[in-house]
Design a protein around this ligand. Structure first.
Ligand code: DP6
Length: 418
């Protein structure tokens, strides 16, 4: 039987608390500022990717959620695959130089590959799938090619696919150091703390819209760099201080500081978008109402007990500690009732059993202060928030056993759409 050269991995989604917005080099994807994110659990959000290399494949092919995509049409895909292949070729050269017999060196760098990738969440959920997608691609290439590079080194390869993807190469709390060099050698991700560091930190993702964003992050940040006056102030004076303060807050598990910086940084990112000319607005009325409700919740608690953040779209991610999460989940499910076209288990899965039973979801909150806040706020039209994903901090990419492969014996997707 001929040996199969293949690797299957899963990689997580990350949500930034200090936002990356702006490039100093678009080809290498070098950012104007450092950023910091939380990696979310792969139980709820992850990309699984299988890559096989074979001398029998005539060309590189890729299937995304069952549909074949043209690799050569995406410079970013070509760049990340080519970079990983160069690292493999260097490894093969080293083996030759070290005197390894030529029949023992597998020339994987010269073979074509088949890539099959699937998300465990609907792509249409309006969540960034490029970060988990490129992190899975690069981790699978790293495993297949048995690359000796460190995860930070490999994060530079993920970075050339999509900037935020470099942060999905680690679990827990992750900083992307912007770096200064022109070749990108010092622009990579590092883990600030692992997922066990702050076990009580959880997140609620409120899907406000499942539509694709109107202006892509890539295009939006380019216009911001070119036109916004506020942007330079953010890059020069605001982000460096916030990075230091955020890393300290995480090290000390100081949720109040973590929450305030997270909200302020999201607000400033959206302010900079509005200062872009022509202006960009990613948040909508529902997003803004969610932010107000979080502030009202914090006022009722007398401390910053929850923190919202928004990426390049209207969906909210709210971080809170486990002890506050139940009241928060009761508040948001009361204020944003389930739409009639969504099944209750699809609206809010309740993986941590906060509600006990599905019919408690959307009732008046149990805590009297939260109940008062909920009734004073009132209810938004059903379906304003389409879906809620309750999740927690998670691990970085994981290598799976061969049994979990997405490819069949002939190297074609097991599950393909016509
Ligand atoms: C708002 O990583 O998607 O989510 O590097 O052009 O692929 P490209 O952009 P991308 O931008 C993400 C922007 C953000 C903030 C963040 O994740 O830090």
């Amino acid at each position: 039987m001929t040996k199969i050269y293949e690797a299957t991995v899963t990689a997580p989604v990350n949500i930034a608390v200090i936002k990356y917005w702006g490039k100093r080099d678009s080809a290498l994807i070098l950012p104007t500022n450092s950023s910091l994110s939380v990696t979310l659990s792969q139980d709820h959000l992850s990309t699984r990717t299988t890559i096989r290399a074979s001398p029998e494949f005539s060309t590189d092919r890729l299937w995304l959620n069952g549909i074949e995509e043209d690799i050569s049409a995406s410079k970013r895909l070509v760049n990340s695959i080519t970079t990983a292949r160069k690292l493999r070729a260097a490894l093969e050269k080293k083996q030759r130089d070290d005197g390894v017999a030529s029949e023992d060196i597998v020339l994987l760098s010269e073979w074509s590959i088949h890539v099959c990738s699937e998300n465990n969440f609907p792509t249409a959920a309006g969540l960034a799938s490029s970060a988990s997608g490129y992190a899975a691609l690069v981790s699978a290439l790293g495993a297949l090619f048995q690359l000796p590079q460190s995860t930070s080194d490999l994060s530079r390869v993920a970075r050339v696919g999509s900037g935020s993807a470099c942060r999905s190469m680690f679990g827990g709390f992750v900083a992307w150091r912007a770096g200064e060099s022109n070749d990108g050698s010092d622009s990579f991700a590092v883990q600030v703390a692992d997922r066990h560091h702050w076990p009580d930190l959880q997140a609620l993702i409120l899907i406000v819209s499942e539509k694709k964003k109107t202006i892509s992050s890539t295009a939006g940040m380019q216009t911001t760099v070119e036109t916004s006056d506020l942007f330079a102030e953010r890059v020069r004076n605001v982000v460096p201080k916030r990075m230091a303060a955020m890393e300290k807050a995480i090290a000390e598990r100081d949720f109040g500081t973590f929450a305030e910086i997270t909200m302020r940084d999201s607000n400033q990112f959206h302010a900079v978008c509005l200062d872009t000319y022509p202006p960009i607005s990613y948040m909508n009325d529902v997003s803004r109402s969610i932010a107000s409700i979080v502030h009202a919740f914090n006022t009722a608690r007398g401390r910053a007990a929850a923190a919202y953040t928004y990426d390049a779209g209207p969906n909210a991610v709210i971080y809170a500690l486990k002890d506050d999460m139940r009241d928060l989940a009761e508040l948001v499910t009361y204020c944003f009732p389930r739409g009639s076209t969504i099944l209750s288990e699809d609206f809010y899965a309740d993986p941590f059993n906060m509600f006990g039973s599905a019919d408690r979801i959307g009732q008046v909150p149990t805590d009297p202060d939260v109940a008062q806040l909920a009734t004073a706020t009132g209810q938004f039209p059903a379906g304003s928030v389409r879906r809620i994903i309750h999740t927690e901090v998670g691990d970085g990419p994981c290598v799976l056993p061969a049994l979990q492969s997405l490819l069949n014996e002939s190297g074609m997707p097991k599950r393909a759409k016509e």
